[in-house]
Ligand binder design. Structure first.
Ligand SMILES: Nc1ncnc2c1ncn2[C@@H]1O[C@H](COP(=O)(O)OP(=O)(O)OP(=O)(O)O)[C@@H](O)[C@H]1O
Length: 340
């Protein structure tokens, strides 16, 4: 029964984010923390949303499911298209249907996302029965199958376990089982392995890779380019609320066209080439009320020129790649390897 993920893929995407801007109320007034973000998630692919802390990855991911904090954040522009619905403007009934049935999410800290008072089996049964008219007994049988599918050893006996009885890695598998219980077409994973040790991290990423290969579209939110390069198909690099570069992972990471991406690539420890010294990008991501009017990366960019003071209104496309840098052509023509 747990086979390929469902969903309406007739347009070639399972989820389309089109010109999404999210504004925040700050002491200094209302400012965009996410500005004009657009990308698609395609079936069978892991799409990474990568960037430093504060670049807007989590706000973007939460906004897809309208789980952002509505006390301070507001979707100002854009569409979030999934299964014929626009999540940006959907009413409560559509939201309820899409969440869990079409798009679901796993978070960084599994222990914080599960009720410690319920057994693993009860928690999964509840999720199944929220969307499917099945008996408790049938749901419990499905829960056992789900645990088996996500690689929990001895799955039927684990149904009676409480969250505190499981390791972090097993608990993250349980969270993934809950997230895929109603066969959504899209899974959003926000730093799903950050809290886990390296071996377990690899196992969880291998599980996500398998789910993608079986048909699911996965949005992987991460600051870890090593994980992106090993497991993702496409990458969207975010900086200061905007996508600055996107395209197939192999191309973007081996030949970055945006100086920011180049800086991030330089910051990945490369054991094979013995480049263990991390080169970091000087400075930090500015807070949203201090975003520069021109290129937002310019103050940290050693290649910035006067022309970078004007806003970069467009992402320059070339085949499957896009880059938000007015100087990108000169940089590649000059063969500059900024942070090699
Ligand atoms: N609820 C909120 N209200 C107001 N501003 C917010 C809120 N949540 C996040 N922000 C601001 O939005 C910007 C982007 O934050 P976000 O958490 O999306 O970044 P991130 O790239 O996911 O970073 P991290 O990896 O640290 O989670 C930050 O400047 C942050 O301070």
């Amino acid at each position: 029964m747990i086979t390929r993920a469902g969903g309406n893929h007739e347009n070639g995407y399972a989820l389309r984010i089109d010109d999404l801007s999210v504004s925040a109320a700050t002491a200094g007034g209302v400012v965009d923390v996410v500005s004009g973000v657009s990308f698609d998630l395609r079936p069978c692919e892991i799409t990474a949303l990568a960037g430093e802390s504060g670049s807007g990855k989590t706000v973007t991911a939460l906004a897809v499911l309208r789980l952002h904090d509505v006390r301070t954040l507001r979707i100002r522009t854009g569409r979030i298209l999934v299964d014929g619905a626009d999540m940006a403007s959907a009413g409560p009934d559509v939201l309820r249907r899409i969440r869990g049935e079409k798009v679901s999410m796993v978070f960084q800290e599994p222990m914080n996302s599960i009720d410690p008072m319920y057994t693993v089996g009860s928690a999964i049964v509840e999720v199944i029965r929220a969307h499917q008219r099945v008996t408790r007994r049938a749901a419990l049988r499905q829960a056992g199958e789900l645990l088996e599918h996500v690689g929990v050893p001895d799955p039927r006996n684990r149904l009676g376990a409480y969250p505190f009885e499981l390791s972090g890695g097993l608990l993250q598998r349980v969270m993934i089982a809950m997230a895929i219980a109603n066969q959504p077409s899209v899974l959003i994973a926000d730093e799903p392995t950050t809290a886990l040790d390296v071996t377990v991290q690899q196992q969880i990423m291998q599980l996500l890779r398998r789910l993608a290969d079986e048909g699911m579209s996965i949005l992987l939110v991460t600051h870890d380019l090593a994980v992106v390069s090993e497991y993702a198909d496409t990458i969207n690099v975010m900086y200061a609320g905007q996508i600055v570069e996107s395209g197939p992972v192999r191309e973007v990471l081996s030949e970055p066209e945006h100086p920011y991406t180049a800086g991030l690539v330089g910051a990945v420890p490369d054991v094979a080439n013995r480049r263990l010294e991390l080169s970091t990008i000087p400075g930090r991501v500015p807070p949203p009320d201090e975003f520069p009017a021109g290129c937002r990366f310019a103050p940290r960019c050693s290649f910035a020129e006067a022309e970078c003071d004007a806003p970069v209104a467009q992402l320059f496309p070339r085949e499957e790649r896009r880059v938000r840098c007015v100087r990108h052509a000169q940089l590649s023509l000059e063969g500059v390897e900024p942070y090699a």
